[in-house]
Design a binder for this molecule. Structure first.
Ligand SMILES: *Cc1c(COP(=O)(O)O)cnc(C)c1O
Length: 390
């Protein structure tokens, strides 16, 4: 019996975090107090009123059967109302909203609807790995768009060769950006819309962190920009906004033909979101928003602890504008991988090496703010002791 994986799996990049994981597990086994700033997963529970909505909805027999592929009309209306309220963007709940089993699912499946073998997909690096995995699964070819500090972590569209732009079918973007924690200005989104029109490229904007921001400075939606709906869609997730990563609920919004293609793929792969989870998502989007304000205040406090602490160590780190990451420059003379391993072995702190998310991430490590501020203080104290930054 031959159980070797199909080529599309063999072509996936190696699991770069295996080595980090191995050392982490060994430290824990030795009884070390490991501080995990590696994984971007909220550490606080889902707000109680959302959990209560799930409990009530789980008792409804109507929720026990296959859900509608395109989600309950009430959920699509709640999503549209959120876009209206938050971004001033008007969306038709019937044709311009598509609920997803988490945005990762919709990000990974869109290629199957629009990318033919050999088509180019424009993907930012460093970045979320799924943009590229989806490309591989569809037989497409990734063209990497480097994100560098010199360009405020915005891709240089003029650097995309003409023949690549001609063959490009999709472009992925992500702002607030994971991992660099920067926001894109509306002017950049306008540039993207013009580029997409010019080259007939479909834009997929991953807005997983659109509602995780600091100092009250709200990141824009791609769909706020005139013409965006003609060329693209946006992924909005409840995962980070409401600490609901385990629930698997998100939606895509924007161009109706793009959504129809994604819906067609999905109707052949899944059968919708558990009805009770949809009801809970409605409660999250339409219910009281104090929980969200509390979450933002908490991340802001954590940000201040980590940024001030790292700066006091001599690390010239910029504070995040959005998302719950800190994109910290590595000490002089060290690589991302060396920094991650030093922090792990000598301070029992787990971080993500920037180059693990793409070659342009070399020179940085990513730390998450998904640990209590006392733990972040402890992390800073340990880093201080190592005197890595001189
Ligand atoms: C967390 C994350 C997602 C995935 O969110 P889900 O809706 O939980 O699937 C998507 N994109 C980026 C960049 C993320 O960090």
């Amino acid at each position: 019996m031959t159980t070797s994986f199909a080529q599309r799996l063999q072509h996936l990049p190696p699991y770069l975090f295996a080595e980090i994981d191995k050392v982490k597990r060994a430290l824990i086994a030795q009884g070390k107090d490991v501080i995990n700033l590696g994984v971007g997963d909220p550490d606080t529970p889902t707000p109680a009123h959302i959990v209560a909505a799930l409990q009530r909805a789980a008792l409804e027999p109507g929720n026990h059967q296959y859900a509608l592929d395109q989600g309950k009309p009430a959920l699509r209306q709640a999503c549209a109302a959120h876009y209206q309220r938050r971004f001033g963007v008007t969306l038709d709940p019937d044709t311009e909203i598509l609920p997803l089993l988490g945005s990762k699912e919709g990000i990974g499946h869109i290629h199957l609807a629009f990318v033919n073998p050999g088509d180019v997909v424009l993907v930012p690096e460093p970045g979320y790995p799924v943009y590229h995995s989806g490309t591989l699964f569809a037989g497409g070819v990734t063209h990497w768009m480097p994100l560098t500090r010199a360009r405020n972590y915005l891709p240089d569209l003029s650097a995309i060769p003409a023949d690549v732009a001609r063959r490009a079918r999709l472009m992925f973007l992500c702002y607030p950006n994971n991992p660099t924690a920067t926001i894109a200005p509306r002017s950049f989104f306008a540039e993207v819309v013009a580029f997409a029109h010019q080259h007939d490229i479909l834009v997929c904007h991953d807005a997983a962190y659109c509602d995780v921001y600091y100092d009250g400075v709200k990141p824009p939606s791609f769909l706020e920009v005139p013409g965006a709906k003609d060329v693209g869609l946006e992924y909005y997730s409840l995962s980070k906004t409401y600490s609901m990563t385990g629930w698997r609920v998100a939606f895509a919004a924007g161009n109706r033909d793009l959504l129809a293609g994604l819906a067609k793929v999905k109707s052949n792969l899944d059968s919708g979101i558990f009805g009770a989870v949809q009801d809970a998502a409605i409660a999250a989007l339409t219910g009281p928003q104090e929980c969200h304000a509390t979450l933002l205040a908490m991340y802001q406090e954590r940000r201040d602890v980590l940024i001030q602490g790292l700066r006091a160590c001599g690390c010239a780190v910029e504070p995040p504008q959005g998302a719950f990451y800190v994109w910290a420059p590595v000490p002089q003379g060290m690589t991302s991988a060396q920094t991650t391993m030093t922090l792990l072995e000598q301070a029992a702190i787990v971080t993500t090496p920037g180059n693990g998310l793409g070659p342009s991430g070399e020179g940085f490590v990513r730390m998450t703010l998904t640990a209590p501020k006392e733990r972040l203080r402890e992390a800073v104290a340990r880093i201080q002791k190592l005197k890595l930054y001189g």
